[in-house]
Design a protein around this ligand. Structure first.
Ligand code: CA
Length: 226
């Protein structure tokens, strides 16, 4: 069975171009021209991947994405954004989009992204990482502490994943900055401290503080056990 790709986009010319291109690659393609129809179709479990435009009539791309993420957390989504829609782009990533493409894009690029995402989705075992009572699902990006679910943004999730993989080890701000943010920041930035603060707040439960220790003038350590 060829994979079914759902294209949610209101610009007919783009839908036409993408549909023809994807069919040429052997995919089955369905489309929706507004956010309401798009949401309904995305929740059909025959859909294997969604190409989602951010600017849509009916419901915005961010709203569509939020619904998809709640209902089908592992469904790959490739978000299309116009150049300059930086806030939309960030909102899309925060809501868990697996990938995004800036318009105008080459069909070959979209096809490459789709194939990559489908490969990941096919292989997807339920992979978890754990430290003490903190558990991360690396596929669905769900995080729990004990019995309670913790909602994290994309960056917070990446940061916590790195902490969990390196639990018990002191991580410098520079290491965290390079690994999680992945590019050269102003070394004077306090972004690491800000995000560790977010993580601590989200991971603490009443009297039980988040198990992240500040190592003065160095960085942070995730303590292994409770
Ligand atoms: Ca649009």
């Amino acid at each position: 069975m060829p994979e079914l790709i759902l294209v949610i986009e209101d610009e007919a010319a783009i839908v036409d171009f993408v549909e023809r291109g994807l069919r040429g690659e052997g995919f089955t393609v369905a489309s929706a021209s507004d956010g309401i129809d798009g949401t309904a179709k995305a929740l059909d479990d025959r859909v294997d991947l969604v190409v989602l435009d951010m600017m849509l009539p009916g419901r915005s791309g961010s709203e569509v994405l939020a619904t998809i993420r709640d209902a089908r957390p592992t469904l790959p989504v490739i978000v299309l954004t116009a150049r300059g829609e930086v806030e939309d782009r960030v909102a899309g990533l925060e809501a868990g989009a697996v990938d995004y493409l800036v318009k105008p894009f080459a069909l070959a690029e979209l096809v490459a992204r789709i194939k990559a995402q489908l490969r990941v989705a096919l292989q997807a075992p339920t992979t978890t990482a754990r430290s003490g009572d903190i558990e991360l699902n690396l596929i669905t990006r769900e995080v729990r502490r004990g019995d309670l679910q913790v909602r994290l943004s994309t960056i917070e999730f990446e940061l916590l994943t790195y902490f969990v993989h390196n639990r018990g080890r002191v991580l410098s701000r520079a290491e965290l900055l390079n690994t999680v943010w992945g590019y050269d920041h102003d070394p004077g930035t306090n972004v690491v401290d800000v995000y560790v603060g977010y993580l601590r707040r989200k991971l603490s439960q009443g009297e039980r503080r988040a198990p992240i220790t500040t190592i003065r003038s160095v960085g942070y350590r995730l303590d292994d056990a409770d």
